[in-house]
Ligand binder design. Structure first.
Ligand code: DOR
Length: 433
């Protein structure tokens, strides 16, 4: 909606299904959905053939503010999110200072509101300073105005099993979830790449998949015993998928996410030693990618999460060993999901809504997001051109950083419009503040 006038979108396809229909937005909600709606008093837009989905929710975004505003800010990251079709993001706690107190979390939430392009939900650290030793004040963050519902030390693993056990136990009383960066540090010291043939050939120290799998197995047991909810960040290996399937079978409340880059890219990208391909967990094998895509299709993996990790040039444009791990993701996520999941027939548009909006909103316990495209629901939506293609150019992305591994790739599907509670936040590649 621009101003207070109702907005009439002509000819959309909810979930890409059925006949084109009209959608009327008024007072922040979907007022009506149906053919040939009366345009009187409304601003009318031709949205013929655009797929309408609930706005995307990213459980895993690094916004770098406070501390590394040269790499990203809440404002620039929110713009990238809105342009990527997101209406809510969860801002990871590994900022400087770390988001490990209620005031720190409130600051992030407040700044997100001021920018106003997406709902910014702070993730609270599990341990003080991400140090892995002392639990942060989970309760005060949860009860604060920031309403923290996701706790994570992402970037590092909560590797001490007793600390993880206590965090899981406390989280149950708070209605929260612990999101684990699963990496047994004793197995990944000095690691630079997936442990396998390619790392061996390139002479890079290996990050074995078992470092992830062993923590996931342990944490599923701990979560099951505590009756707690566990969320596994950026699943990267076929073995982890097997473990998640086993845990689900035992009734453990475990959810998980996969990144677009782990869906599309493999460790074969490492041959050129371009640090843009360095990420944690590392890019793995083609067989891992196949298992991840199958698990996302059948629901063993719940969500796509970007792990949007902007890095300034001095931290990325350097030799491989010195480069920071991480990749941009917010503006390319949908297209990579369409390329890897929709085009091969593994997901339809309803499936995209499930993995990019409904399930992440559920895991993060946010209201008013991930809701059906239906009358009476919030007009928190994304309109997608399913037939468009575009070529990724880092220089044209809204992020302050340029570390996209998809540079120069031509990808399918384009976000045309993003609406947050009836307000257009991004349209035709430009944000609308
Ligand atoms: O590649 C990564 N980058 N993985 C993480 O877990 C952290 C992230 C970052 O903060 O840059």
């Amino acid at each position: 909606m621009s101003g207070d006038r109702p907005l009439l979108l002509r000819g959309i396809l909810p979930y890409g299904e059925g006949e084109p229909t009209d959608l009327l937005v008024a007072d922040g909600v979907i007022a009506e959905l149906g053919p040939a709606l009366d345009p009187t008093g409304a601003e009318v837009r031709d949205a013929g053939g655009l797929v309408a989905l609930p706005g995307f929710v990213d459980l895993h975004t690094h916004l770098r503010e406070p501390g590394r505003e040269d790499a990203e800010t809440i404002e620039s990251g929110s713009a990238a999110a809105a342009l990527g079709g997101y209406t809510a993001v969860f801002a990871m706690a590994n900022t400087d200072p770390v988001t490990d107190t209620a005031p720190a979390a409130e600051h992030v939430r407040r700044r997100g509101r001021e920018v106003g392009l997406v709902d910014v939900h702070p993730v609270g650290a599990v341990t003080v300073g991400l140090g892995g030793e002392r639990l942060a004040e989970l309760g005060s963050m949860a009860r604060s105005a920031a309403e923290v519902r996701v706790f994570s030390d992402d970037g590092v693993c909560v590797h001490d099993p007793l600390v993880m056990r206590r965090a899981l136990e406390y989280s149950t009383a708070l209605g929260a979830v612990i999101a684990q960066h699963a990496e047994e540090p004793r197995l990944t010291g000095g690691a630079q790449a997936h442990e396998g043939e390619i790392a061996a050939r390139l002479g890079l120290a290996g990050w074995p998949a078992t470092a992830e799998e062993s923590i996931v197995a342990r944490d599923c047991l701990l979560a099951g015993a505590a009756g707690a909810r566990l969320h596994v960040c950026h699943v990267s290996s076929a073995g982890t998928v097997d473990t998640l399937r086993w845990a689900r079978g035992r009734g453990v409340a475990v959810s998980s996410e996969v990144t677009p880059h782990h869906l599309l890219l493999t460790d074969e990208r490492l041959a050129g030693f371009d640090p843009v391909n360095k990420v944690n967990p590392p890019l793995r094998t083609g067989d891992d990618g196949t298992a991840l895509r199958a698990a996302l299709a059948d629901g063993v993996i719940d969500c796509v999460a970007t792990d949007h990790a902007p890095h300034a040039p001095q931290d990325k444009d350097c030799e491989w060993a010195a480069a920071r791990p991480g990749m941009l993701g917010l503006q390319t996520a949908l297209s990579v999901v369409v390329e890897t999941m929709v085009r091969p027939g593994l997901l339809d548009w309803r499936g995209v809504a499930r993995v990019m909006s409904e399930r992440p909103a559920g895991v993060g316990s946010v209201e008013g997001q991930g809701r059906p495209v239906a009358a009476g629901e919030p007009a928190t939506l994304v309109l997608v051109d399913p037939d468009a293609t575009w070529t990724v150019q880092a220089a044209r992305l809204a992020s302050l950083s340029a570390n996209t591994p998809f540079e120069g790739m031509t990808l399918p599907a384009r976000v045309v419009t993003t609406l947050l509670r009836g307000r257009i936040t991004a349209e035709d590649g430009a944000v609308r503040g």
